[in-house]
Design a protein around this ligand. Structure first.
Ligand SMILES: Nc1ncnc2c1ncn2[C@@H]1O[C@H](COP(=O)(O)OP(=O)(O)O)[C@@H](O)[C@H]1O
Ligand SMILES: [Mg+2]
Length: 213
């Protein structure tokens, strides 16, 4: 799939600061006169929000394969209805999680067959790849401590074992490829945002002109 816009994805384990950064990073973009389309996975369309509820409810757990396909159904619907049209219209899209999360959680975390996960994931994204993936790396112990400190009610995935979350982090740490950048999520929020914004401007200097401090 070809696109004219610019697709930025925030990735990383639980508590690494993705949702905290989403609004402020969008604000940085607006300060550069770019109004991004902001989405979070799973969600963003009616069908995807239904999938989200099915996935994250600790009272009604789904098995690993059903989990995979709920995530992918949510992604396919979001890509088709929101992300792909926005990019085709030349917009910047900023997403809290995307396809790499499925590799980290369902493949590395759950242990599902890599070929099956990659093939299904590719179908769900309609072949769309982020232009920039910012991975916020954080040890699971620290992420969990942040969530507890914030009094957050943990969802089904967040309650998984420490070993599960270690496999997720290992996968993120090893992730490479075009447009993949790693950030140290132990940084305080303002410094982490500063680093992320610098990466965005470096990756899309024509969209976000100006000196990178
Ligand atoms: N850079 C940071 N340093 C310290 N605490 C943070 C940082 N970013 C977020 N937090 C706090 O950690 C918790 C989890 O952050 P959140 O953005 O929800 O993580 P995620 O969306 O990656 O799971 C929140 O209570 C948030 O206030
Ligand atoms: Mg979040």
């Amino acid at each position: 799939m070809t696109s004219r816009g610019f697709f930025v994805v925030l990735e990383g384990p639980e508590g690494s600061g993705k949702s905290t950064m989403l609004g402020p990073l969008a604000e940085c973009m607006r300060s550069s006169r770019v109004d991004p389309v902001v989405v979070r996975e799973p969600g963003g369309t009616r069908a995807a929000e239904i999938a989200r509820q099915a996935l994250l409810d600790p009272e009604h757990p789904v098995g690993p394969v059903a989990e995979l396909f709920f995530y992918l159904a949510a992604r396919a619907d979001l890509v088709q209805n929101i992300i792909a049209p926005a990019l085709a219209a030349g917009r910047v899209v900023l997403s809290d999680r995307f396809a790499l999360s499925t590799e980290a959680y369902q493949m590395a975390g759950r242990g599902l067959d890599p070929v099956m996960v990659r093939t299904a994931n590719q179908a769900a994204t309609l072949g769309l790849r982020p232009d920039l993936t910012l991975i916020l790396n954080l040890a699971p112990e620290l992420g969990q401590a942040r969530q507890i400190a914030a009094g957050k009610r943990q969802d089904r995935l967040e309650r998984e074992s420490l070993d599960f979350h270690r496999r997720v982090l290992e996968y993120y740490l090893a992730a490479q490829g075009s447009g993949v950048r790693h950030l140290d999520a132990r940084l305080p929020p303002d410094q982490l945002l500063h680093a992320a914004w610098a990466e965005v401007r470096r990756a899309a200097p024509e969209t976000f002109p100006g000196a990178i401090g």
